[in-house]
Design a binder for this molecule. Structure first.
Ligand code: ADP
Length: 397
């Protein structure tokens, strides 16, 4: 059975075609710059790269281009769309309605729509992608896999904000958390690597968005992102934690709602502090050349993670493993070292050589005398989506 995994953003569709149940990847690709004249589809399949540049006015046409690339031309991997047995969709916000993946029907779509205002940047494009895919592939079942679902086990003490309680009851204002499929995957993989289910671990996902999760016996008990993906760690362009009174202060200085939203989500984080870039590779390079603001951005980024390591060790009561994942977590030894320095008190100590050489691959990086195991585990969100989609649909045919 072949499963197409779709991850739809506001101007892009990322996709991967899996052959199940062994999860071998037949093709992976993306359509980017949807809505522009110079949109492009880039696909890798069978060791070949296909690249098509053409105007793609909307997601419907983007989806058609993907299905064409999968079935026709030099990169084709299937003869007919009938071979696609199911489609799995990444959906960012499931609100409180979804604690696991579900087969999409009208009721599920209505529920996703009802929480769209909690994730205005993510859920509307996810829904556009679902509709475009359902339109292009009307026969196979479609499944929604939620970024929030893994965090459904977080208890009220960790998800409730110290705001008037009716805001939770009336508007659902609470911590939801995101990157759930990534935290789930690396926590489960860590349990496999440590050889037991009952581990206490802290998972650290560092990509453009960054978040951490405290996981006890496979269940998430706390996470750093909140009602929206703005809270917690310093990110590429997002503030993470800061004093909300700064917003009142800026409002008194003329910032309106739209400007504050843009400031916190698009102009802050690594970009805001450094004034140069949101990309960790660029910042590491600049810091190496003596750029003090780039260095400060990196230091604040690592310091925030270190504080959360302490907080989550306290929340878990004891700690067996720390896992780094995401583009930065998997590829940046200097950042991992910056997060884990002087943490012997928590039982965390890295082996400098193992850390330096573990790049883009799975491996343990703790020193011989470290009480806590520290691992780099490349994430596999698409694989989790394919797995859930397969489990839910394999007996339907
Ligand atoms: P997304 O959240 O968009 O999926 P990724 O997980 O791909 O993003 O992570 C993107 C981040 O990873 C960027 O900040 C990028 O600079 C960083 N990154 C990728 N490779 C490296 C590297 N070798 N060294 C440092 N940072 C890296």
């Amino acid at each position: 059975m072949k499963i197409l995994v779709v991850n739809c953003g506001s101007s892009s569709i990322k996709y991967r075609l899996f052959d199940m149940p062994d999860k071998s990847v037949l093709a992976t690709g993306m359509v980017e710059r949807i809505g522009e004249q110079e949109a492009a589809l880039i696909q890798e399949s069978g060791g070949k790269e296909t690249r098509t540049v053409q105007p793609v006015p909307d997601h419907e046409e983007g989806m058609q281009l993907i299905l064409q690339a999968l079935t026709q031309g030099p990169g084709a991997v299937i003869e007919s769309l009938d071979e696609v047995g199911a489609v799995g969709h990444r959906v960012v916000h499931g609100g409180e309605a979804f604690s696991e993946s579900v087969i999409l029907d009208d009721q599920v779509i209505a529920s996703i729509e009802s929480v769209a205002d909690l994730a205005p940047l993510h859920n509307p494009p996810n829904l556009i992608g679902i509709r475009a895919a359902q339109h292009a592939l009307p026969t196979p079942p479609h499944v929604a896999v939620f970024d929030t679902a893994f965090h459904a086990t977080i208890p009220p003490v960790a998800y409730t904000y110290a705001l008037p309680h009716e805001l939770y009851e009336k508007y659902g204002v609470r911590r939801y958390g995101f990157h759930g499929t990534s935290h789930f995957y690396v926590a489960r993989r860590a349990a496999e690597l440590l050889g037991r289910e009952d581990i206490h671990c802290i998972t650290i996902h560092l990509g453009n968005g960054c978040s951490m999760a405290a996981v006890r016996d496979g269940k998430c008990i706390d996470t750093s992102m909140g009602l929206t993906p703005l809270e917690g760690l310093v990110m590429g362009t997002r503030t993470g934690d800061f004093d909300p009174a700064i917003l009142f202060y800026l409002a008194e200085h003329g910032y309106d709602l739209a400007a504050l939203n843009k400031l916190c989500n698009k102009q802050s984080g690594l970009l805001g502090i450094s004034g140069e870039s949101n990309d960790m590779r660029t910042l590491t390079q600049l810091a190496g050349q003596g750029d003090a603001r780039a260095q400060l951005a990196i230091d604040i980024f690592c310091y925030r993670i270190k504080k959360y390591l302490g907080a989550y060790t306290a929340a878990l009561g004891s700690l067996d493993a720390v896992i780094f994942t995401g583009g930065i977590g998997e590829n940046a030894p200097s950042i991992r070292a910056g997060c884990c320095g002087n943490l012997q008190q928590l039982g965390i100590a890295l082996d400098a050589e193992a850390n330096r050489t573990t790049i883009g691959q799975e491996g343990a990086i703790q020193s011989a005398d470290s009480r806590v195991q520290t691992w780099v585990i490349p994430t596999d969100e698409e694989g989790v989506i394919a797995g859930d989609t397969f489990t839910l649909t394999k007996d339907l045919a």
